[in-house]
Design a protein. Structure first.
Length: 104
């Protein structure tokens, strides 16, 4: 683990995915990403797990969060920068994952 924490980077697609969510959740999404992924983002936990490849958007990890764990963030490690790169953010309703309004 890095002493000073990991930098969190969002792709343009991930920003568009967040904007597609209901506006009342935007601050929650940014807050949770900062809290959960700045320290130990690559240690498996209750709401954080490695994904089997191939995974959506080429992600290696998934973070579940929010009310009833309805939101999902998909991310990878950028070893060169020592950063967490958020590739996609979506909302899971029942058994369907929607990212930017499209079902995945």
């Amino acid at each position: 683990m890095r002493r000073d924490g990991y930098e969190i980077l969002l792709t343009k697609d991930a920003m568009a995915h967040i904007r597609a969510l209901d506006g009342k959740y935007h601050s929650l999404v940014f807050r949770v990403l900062r809290q959960q992924l700045s320290r130990e983002p690559f240690v498996e936990a209750r709401n954080r797990k490695p994904l089997n490849i191939p995974a959506p958007f080429g992600a290696h990890w998934e973070l579940r969060f929010g009310p009833q764990n309805r939101f999902r963030a998909f991310y990878v490690h950028d070893g060169e920068r020592g950063a967490v790169v958020i590739l996609a953010v979506g909302e899971k309703v029942r058994d369907r994952l929607r990212i930017a309004g499209r079902e995945i």
